[in-house]
Design a protein. Structure first.
Length: 66
C-alpha cells in the first residue's frame, strides 16, 4: 500500500507545481489562491518525506532473502 501512497503524493506535488505556474503566469494572479496552492504543495512534500522514510525503515527492517 505504501508505494501507491507515495506515488499519489508525488503526483499531487507535481500537479500543484503546475497549478502554481499557471496561476503565476495568469494576467492577474490571485495571491490567496497562490498561497493556498503553495501551502498544499509543501504539505505534499512533507507527506512524501514521511512516506519515503517509512519505506526506508520497512526495507531496512525486512530481512534479506537469497
Amino acid at each position: 500500500m505504501l508505494p501507491i501512497q507515495l506515488y499519489r503524493a508525488r503526483r499531487d506535488h507535481a500537479r500543484l507545481g503546475q497549478l502554481i505556474e499557471l496561476e503565476q503566469g495568469s494576467r492577474r494572479p490571485d495571491p490567496f489562491r497562490l498561497a493556498d496552492l503553495k501551502k498544499r504543495k509543501l504539505a505534499a512534500r512533507d507527506r512524501i518525506a514521511v512516506l519515503e522514510a517509512r519505506q526506508a525503515d520497512e526495507s531496512f527492517a525486512r530481512p534479506q532473502t537469497a
